[in-house]
Design a binder for this molecule. Sequence first.
Ligand code: DGL
Length: 266
Amino acid sequence: MFDSGYGGLTILKELVNELPQYDYLYLGDNARAPYGSRSYDTVYEYTLECVQHLFDKGCELVILACNTASAKALRTIQQKDLPLIDPKKRVLGVIRPTTEIVGNYSKTKHVGVLATAGTVNSNSYVIEIEKFFPELKVFQNACPLWVSLIENNELEGEGTQYFVKKYIDELFSQSKEIDTIILGCTHYPILKPLIEKYLPPNVTLLTQGSIVANGLKDYLHRHPEMEALITKHQLLEFYTTDSVEQFNAHASLFFGQEVNSKHLSL
Ligand code: DGL
């Protein structure tokens, strides 16, 4: 599993809960995070490099547990790079499983997406939701400061409250009828209690952990050839491209338990 930093750990936590039999290797590119404001070319180049490292370590299937990377790099890696690297290996993202189910939650048919500027500007959520639920109206708002606030452990101070309220208000200024919101960045579940405080009542807030876990379960059911290739010793390994001490100190907030990481040099 790959993420720009810590956010993907909120997804990994659910995968390990739901599918504990498999071996998981997590790579956080903390040295180059955040990805959210970077260009297409840069996100693609960084993501491909990290995916290649995970392949080199023996992974058959890599999940981009980062919406920004899923939005900006996934398609090119799937279509252009995988056939050259190894046509049997697979790379999946987190946007598709989320857009496949979002329509099941909305009654008003007005859905909101809160994500990084990169994900919002890519329009990936709008395009993908249109394929599965053309009747939905999708409203997006970028939350450029949330990742930095989370990475700096600023989870409830006055400044954080201000920016949580501000981005939510900007979303609802586009439509008062939004009744379902996708937290389209894997960091954001850490702010869930605060986000809920500023949401109007009766709005469903979707986080991606269990959605991706169910999506993976379904994928492996439909692809027994891939399921057979995945090793099953319940191993859990963590790699970071930055300081191991710093990663270990922050990661438990996202993963819910102590993490012992190794350094990976790019
Ligand atoms: N957690 C990543 C995502 O899901 C973004 C964090 C970043 O900006 O690097 O989009």
